[in-house]
Design a protein around this ligand. Structure first.
Ligand SMILES: [Mn+2]
Length: 324
């Protein structure tokens, strides 16, 4: 398996020259259709269901992975067994994201369990190449910073942030480069409230800023997001956002793999992120962990839609979508 991953990596084209500037920035829509990193089936169908039943119906999008295409057995649910399946999918997603940025487009990735982040942000790092680093705002109830040495569940959706920082299974940490994808000084976590000690220890040792839910309650989401943007922009000014929907109050967003009580208010998050649509440093956004099987009355789906249109208010105009 490692051979085919190497071959896939070698097949990546060199960075293309940027296309000439146009007045509006187009957006590439992508779906990461797998859920092998999560405890339950469902997120592999999320992108299909979102693009079929939301305002984005009819918008052009590209899927990585096969909906329901993987056999889930007790054995394949273990991290070490799913890495050979997830690594090539992450590479394919990375290529799509990288292509979008090379074409001077922004990107949206609809997960998929949160292991898709390994693909998304590897793609960004690949496209930026020597042009500079980027920052990342990780909005999540969890720290997602387990490694195979610390994880009790061995689920990959609990590990992607550690992988991007260079810690974990080498088939993932060295997906496209031996260097870590992101620098801890330009990463922050927003909304954390459920984690284990080794994850906290890793992030604190690296100096990753964590905005726990208690700090958000004290200072307000506006101030926290403003500070998060400062941290994420402190390198090159370019940054991305990874939203795990479990950061939200599960009453509002029940369709997630691992709900945690006392989450963020969905409406407030949508409102608070809206000004970022004007920020030229925003490269793209990923929205992960939607599980339509667990959703009720499309509540979670509607929140994805609201988040997307708050960050990209003219989405229809900038996705080559045909009016319908
Ligand atoms: Mn997560």
């Amino acid at each position: 398996m490692s051979t085919s991953i190497t071959q896939l990596a070698a097949a990546f084209p060199d960075n293309e020259r940027p296309h000439k500037n146009t007045s509006r920035v187009m957006v590439t829509l992508l779906g990461a259709a797998w859920d092998l990193g999560a405890p339950s089936f469902g997120s592999s169908t999320a992108a299909d269901i979102f693009f079929k039943h939301s305002r984005c119906q009819g918008y052009p999008w590209k899927k990585v992975g096969k909906q329901q295409g993987f056999l889930r057995t007790a054995q394949t649910l273990k991290n070490t067994a799913v890495v050979p399946q997830i690594a090539p999918l992450c590479l394919q997603l990375a290529r799509r994201v990288s292509d979008a940025l090379n074409q001077q487009r922004k990107f949206v990735v609809i997960g998929g369990d949160h292991s898709c982040a390994i693909g998304t942000w590897n793609g960004v790092a690949h496209a930026l190449g020597q042009k500079g680093s980027f920052g990342l705002i990780w909005i999540d109830a969890h720290l997602d910073s387990h490694t195979p040495d610390t994880s009790a569940s061995m689920r990959l959706h609990g590990m992607p942030l550690a992988v991007l920082l260079g810690y974990g299974d080498q088939r993932l940490t060295r997906l496209l480069s031996t260097k870590p994808v992101i620098h801890p000084g330009t990463v922050c976590v927003v909304g954390a409230r459920s984690y284990e000690a080794p994850e906290l220890e890793l992030l604190q040792r690296l100096g990753v800023r964590i905005f726990f839910i208690s700090e958000i309650q004290k200072r307000g989401l506006n101030k926290v997001i403003a500070e998060a943007v400062d941290i994420a922009s402190s390198g090159s000014g370019k940054f991305g956002i990874s939203i795990d929907l479990d950061v939200l109050n599960p009453e509002q967003a029940p369709g997630v793999n691992t709900p945690v009580v006392y989450g963020l208010n969905a409406k407030r998050l949508v409102q608070t992120l809206r000004p970022l649509s004007e920020n030229p440093g925003l490269l793209g956004v990923e929205i992960a962990e939607f599980n339509p099987v667990l959703d009720r009355k499309n509540r979670t789906l509607k929140i994805i839609e609201a988040l997307l249109f708050s960050l990209f208010p003219r989405l229809e105009e900038v996705t080559d979508a045909q009016p319908h």
